[in-house]
Design a protein around this ligand. Structure first.
Ligand SMILES: Nc1nc2c(ncn2[C@@H]2O[C@H](COP(=O)(O)OP(=O)(O)OP(=O)(O)O)[C@@H](O)[C@H]2O)c(=O)[nH]1
Length: 859
């Protein structure tokens, strides 16, 4: 009988498919089990399977038996099943790609907008739907009133202004045990000593949660990738695992009907042994031992060490060197009996180390199950399920949905009914779906009762009779084991849809369920957050506008008020100086000390005049100082009123004594010196007046009235007499008269010095002061000093407003940015929610077992 075995290593593509029985199946399209048609022209494939074809094995001749009607019916049913399988497989592969894309998108979104976990409260389900995001936003800012009721022209008073951002409001992210049931794939496993996951999650930063989620997504992506590879791989991997000494190796040997795997090992088996059909290895029986860190490639002998089968016992207990043993055996039994050489698919039977051997290997078994299609869990009927067994089945059931359970060593149980009832009860809790199908999936057997023929035994395969492995077997033991074999064969080979595709479907549904839960929660969060930020922006925007207007108004008012104050100081100074300078010639400053101290009289008078002007300047400066102090205080109060207690404004102390401390007055600087000159003693204007009236009259008048003290009538009489007495007589009188006149004049000038000097000096000073524009220069100097001094508090105030405005603008912009992020996040999570729900519904409709009705599954 010729049978075609599918060799993955040698024949990777459909074109390399070997086909036997092709004469028989030439009319059938690629059904998967023998419809791999090698005709000259490749027949057109039906749309149903055209999208994704995979190499399919031939139908074994054994399955056909003869050309009877029964066999034809069976063949047809088989082909239909395979068509359906291919369709589901292709749809699942597409679904895996879609879900992977969804996860990748979530991963990148999660890095920008960290997704959040729902907050749960034990016993009540979700209690707090978050209304605010965590770290990206703040509570509504605290508002503070500021008043601007100044003596300055008032700005809008009582405007509201934002003062400072409040600390961010952390939203609880409690994840209780209930939540851990809600999430499957994306569940965050948090264990840290005695701290509960709930406490741990609550204490974690949002970014930490996001990075944990990121790790979970990466794991899920890796898992999906291996799932996709697995469903596209025609071979099936069967992992035989279970507790230490449960009889796994004995069970595998019983299945193989050969004592291949070392039993009853001391120390126990602790290297994975993968048993494969030797046909894959060119029919050679041997062990390929793969060292740690090596990637197995059968074609490349450098990736493994070759040993004869007899070395297996030694190798199986050498975990320090080898991580996996590939055991190729030549099962000569007919395909309908052989599990390895079944003619349908390549099977790898993996004997795993006992679960509770040590934690390292238990972890390795857990990890291995990702790439496994069927998990056969061997449990000792005497010990029932240990804790590690329960944990393993619990986890495996989540993904695989169905676990094939072998309750071994049943021969040692007296009360078999009670034992099976108790074990089934446990199964119902650990894997309800396995329990529902327990007739086919849970078997109570005694593996050591299966007769294993000796190598030279020409037994025809009849297993009945004494078990060579253990004690005497009875019919029941053999019947039970044969039934187990049929069910396992059926599960692995004919129900590949379940054994191979169901894990992918279950995992996809778990991922999509998690995505739906996560996205729906985050959608609501983003919705609330977007709304909250919108409300806050609506509240903040007018406050910012008001602050802006307020600050502009206050700034203008402050400037205007300062200018007003400066102008008033200028005018006051000008008025005072004009007045004092106008008056300087009008009063006596020093007593006239007499003709012999005439110079010092002039100098003292000048100094006194200058002093009086300077005194007036000092008074004006004092006035300006007072006004400036008042203005400073007003500005300071304005600052305190708006910004007391904030970082924007610091109260300053004004030392008004420093104003005008450096004498910048022109007089003080000696710019007006008014040196004493001879002419300061003579009033030339007075002399001109005398010349105008006639010298004689003047002399006479002066002499008579000013010097001699004679009445003017007497002087007139003398003049009249001169005209009567004639010129000759006059000559006799002239010289003495002139002398008298000169004498009188000298006396007059000398006696007028006390009057002339102040007058002349006053005039002179005025002229000098005028030439340097003394009044304006001084008024301007004093006023400018006021402006300069008031500039500091006004700048402080302006700067405080500017800082406030800047901060408000930053807050406003941040909120706007956060809002656009929240809206983007809302759009994303809404889409993710919708997609995960619709994909979930779509995938849950995949009927892996049933026969398709009305078309193909579309994804
Ligand atoms: N009575 C009885 N003994 C069995 C049965 N199956 C296995 N044994 C015995 O149980 C012991 C352990 O069997 P193994 O097959 O080595 O068990 P294992 O689970 O592979 O052990 P490790 O891989 O080392 O954990 C051996 O002495 C077997 O003979 C059974 O069905 N009935």
């Amino acid at each position: 009988m010729s049978s075609s075995y599918f060799d993955l290593d040698d024949l990777p593509g459909p074109s390399n498919r070997r086909s036997t029985n092709r004469d028989v199946y030439v009319s059938a399209h690629d059904s998967g089990y023998g419809a791999s048609v090698y005709s000259e022209v490749e027949p057109e494939r039906p749309t149903l399977v055209s999208r994704n074809t995979m190499p399919l094995p031939s139908v074994p001749g054994a399955m056909l038996g003869g050309a009877s009607e029964e066999n034809t019916q069976r063949l047809l049913q088989f082909q239909v099943q395979q068509l359906h399988y291919n369709e589901n497989r292709a749809a699942l592969a597409r679904a895996i790609t879609t879900v992977m894309n969804m996860l990748k998108e979530l991963q990148s979104t999660n890095r920008e907008w960290p997704a959040q976990y729902p907050a749960f409260s034990p016993g009540n389900g979700p209690v707090e739907k978050l209304t605010a995001p965590t770290s990206t936003s703040d509570r509504p800012s605290h508002l503070r009133r500021v008043a601007t009721d100044l003596p300055f022209p008032s700005a809008n008073q009582d405007k509201l202004t934002l003062v400072s951002p409040s600390p961010s409001s952390e939203v609880p992210r409690l994840m209780s045990s209930q939540l851990s049931h809600e999430f499957n794939v994306l569940k965050l496993d948090l264990k840290l000593g005695a701290v509960s996951p709930a406490e741990l999650v609550q204490s974690l930063e949002k970014s930490a949660i996001a990075s944990l989620l990121d790790g979970k997504i990466s794991q899920a992506l890796k898992h999906l990738l291996s799932l996709r590879e697995r469903i596209e791989d025609t071979a099936s991997k069967v992992l035989v695992t279970g507790d230490l000494n449960a009889g796994k190796s004995t069970f595998c040997n019983a299945l193989l009907r050969r004592n291949i795997l070392p039993e009853d090992q001391q120390p126990c088996t602790n290297v994975f042994c993968e048993v494969l059909d030797a046909q894959i290895n060119n029919g050679v029986e041997e062990v390929h031992a793969i060292p740690h860190g090596s990637t197995y490639n059968r074609q490349d002998e450098r990736t493994y060490d070759v040993f004869p089968l007899s070395q297996l016992e030694r190798l199986a207990v050498s975990p320090e060197i080898y991580m996996l043993l590939k055991v190729y055996i030549d099962d000569k039994r007919p395909p309908e009996q052989s599990l390895l050489r079944n003619g349908v698919v390549d099977i790898a039977l993996i004997d795993a180390p006992g679960l509770n051997l040590d934690s390292m290997q238990t972890t390795a078994v857990f990890a291995r199950q990702e790439e496994i299609d069927v998990v056969v869990f061997v449990v000792s009927a005497e010990n029932h399920f240990t804790l590690s067994a329960k944990e393993f089945i619990w986890n495996a059931a989540h993904e695989k949905a169905f676990i094939f359970i072998v309750v071994n060593r049943f021969d040692n149980i007296r009360d078999k009914n009670r034992c099976s009832r108790l074990i089934l009860e446990q199964v119902s809790k650990l894997s309800p779906r396995t329990y529902d199908d327990s007739d086919d999936l849970v078997h109570f057997v005694s593996s050591n009762k299966v007769r294993i023929p000796e190598p030279d035994d020409n037994d025809d395969g009849d297993d009945s009779g004494d078990g060579d492995n253990g004690g005497p077997s009875n019919d029941d033991d053999v019947v039970d084991f044969e039934r187990l074999e049929r069910c396992l064969r059926n599960f692995v080979l004919e129900k590949r849809a379940i054994s191979k595709l169901a894990p992918a479907k279950t995992y996809l549904l778990n991922v999509l369920g998690d995505l739906e839960a996560l996205s729906s929660y985050n959608e609501e969060l983003a919705q609330n957050e977007a709304q909250r930020l919108k409300d806050e922006l609506t509240r903040i925007a007018p406050i910012y506008e008001a602050t802006l207007q307020n600050s502009v108004k206050i700034s203008e008012d402050v400037d205007a008020s300062i200018e007003k104050l400066v102008t008033s100081v200028y005018e006051h100074t000008r008025y005072k100086l004009e007045h004092v300078i106008a008056e300087i010639g009008a009063k006596t400053y020093v007593e006239y000390p007499g003709i012999f101290a005439v110079y010092s009289y002039a100098a003292d008078t000048r100094d006194a005049m200058l002093h009086s002007i300077q005194q007036s300047v000092v008074e004006c400066e004092e006035f300006a100082r007072k006004r400036t102090t008042g203005g400073f205080n007003v500005l300071k109060n304005l600052g305190l009123r708006h910004f007391q207690g904030t970082a924007y404004y610091t109260e300053k102390i004004f030392n008004n004594g420093l104003m005008f401390s450096r004498r910048k007055d022109l007089l003080a600087r000696g710019s007006v010196s008014a040196p004493i000159e001879f002419t300061d003693y003579i009033d030339l204007e007075q002399k001109e007046k005398i010349s105008g009236l006639g010298m004689s009259m003047t002399i006479a008048t002066v002499a008579g009235t000013g010097v001699l003290g004679l009445p003017s009538a007497v002087v007139s009489g003398v003049v009249n007499a001169s005209s009567i007495i004639g010129l000759r007589n006059l000559r006799k009188w002239v010289v003495p008269a002139l002398g008298l006149v000169l004498l009188c004049g000298a006396v007059y000038f000398i006696s007028d010095i006390p009057n002339v000097v102040p007058r002349k000096l006053a005039k002179k000073l005025k002229r000098e002061l005028e030439s340097v524009d003394y009044i304006h220069t001084n008024s301007d100097r004093i006023a400018s000093e006021c402006r300069k001094v008031l500039k500091y508090p006004s700048e402080d105030l302006r700067s405080a407003f500017q800082q406030l405005l800047d901060e408000q603008a930053t807050q406003k912009n941040e909120r706007a940015k956060q809002m656009s992020q929240a809206e983007e996040s809302l759009r994303y999570f809404s889409r993710l929610h919708k997609d995960s729900r619709s994909n979930f519904n779509m995938i849950s409709k995949f009927d892996l077992e049933g026969v398709m009705v009305g078309g193909h599954v579309e994804f």
